[in-house]
Design a protein around this ligand. Sequence first.
Ligand SMILES: [Zn+2]
Length: 452
Amino acid sequence: MARLHFTSALLPSGWADDVQVVVTDGTITAVTPGVMSAAGDERHAIALPGLASLHSHAFQRGMAGLAELRGDTTATFWTWRETMYRFALAMTPDDVATVATLLYVEMLEQGFTRVGEFHYLHHDLDGKPYADIAEMAARIAQAADASGIALTLLPTFYAHGSFGGAAPHDGQRRFICTVDQFSALVAASRKAIAPLPGANIGIAPHSLRAVAPGELAAIIPLADGGPIHIHAAEQVREVEDCLAWSGRRPVEWLLEHAPVDHRWCLIHATHMTDVEVDSFARTGAVAGLCPVTEANLGDGTFPAREFLDAGGHFGVGTDSNVLVGVPDELRQLEYAQRLKRRERNVLSGGAGRSTGRTLFDHALAGGARALAQPTRGLTPGARADIVTLDAAHPSLAGRARDAVIDGWIFAAGSDAIDCVWAGGNKVVEGGRHRLRQSVRKRFNAAVRRLVA
Ligand SMILES: [Zn+2]
């Protein structure tokens, strides 16, 4: 058992002063505001709950910043994808474990305490399944275990190269499963994460490009009550191809043909009509927004204000992991809206409300919903995922309550986090994860080899 004491803490009911939090076996068992610290309490200034990065492709951390060179043709998502495929085709299970461990260490250092790993790099270099079909999933679980981050594993079903059941191309060979293989993969993945505290599992049909309607219907039961994530409407060309194939836009098609409800998370959903925005919001499904990656890839701007006005839920994900941080995602989300609408504080939710706080609350609730976490935040029964901020940081000086969150998201850069507890273990102290040095060394060696 551990007892923590915070001068100020963001609880589900709002900010509270002088809060004692008791952690037992990785879970918060008591939260008491308005008490002085007692002997044996570990004292900190400002506490927030950890957030989820609800959408990650861990292996892509290895190629972060490697696709920023313009080629002969227009640089688009599709040219970025060629670099990503080359990288994916070269990585061994050891490489994946190393890259994922570094990524999860960075996520924890930057305020993410749970990751939704949308995992599609399944097979051996030649495209044949490993002897254990969940070999790569086990490496993801190993990385989560080493770092301490909570894992929601989303094994991905990927079968086709484009709409209408087109054959996959050779660059996709490590991703491809039949429905039967995928069923075996999900069962083996379930076993791989079973020993991990706090872990759970769902499924991820990759996209309507990669999954035919009959396959989608066949794999949905494999979620077995867990979350279902799918990429949708990230790219204009994807919307055009979907229209040509079905006469429907991707989000429109899903809402008409799939049982989309609160268990579902539509990743990106960037390109929607007003009718799609309203219908999607009404399902209770989560929009999995990845603002930094969407900006990096030139995807477009999610209709965030319209979606929130319609009562929609969203969470954030780091997706390609080109840059990892809670403030980066939330700031980029708001800034894209400001640039589009030429006004400020677009997502604050109303007069006098803090934009940072509103974004944080949405991301906490939407992330928990999308990764099937019924209890969230600093409250009894929740996993003890706690982030403290450095009250001495210049961008937090003289701030209290919501102004602290605004200072962190909009002004503080990446060094405002002090400590992070993941499942009750203090894994980050003074802004540094205890594995930072050793895992950076291994990561750098692996990447030097992969880019050579
Ligand atoms: Zn993605």
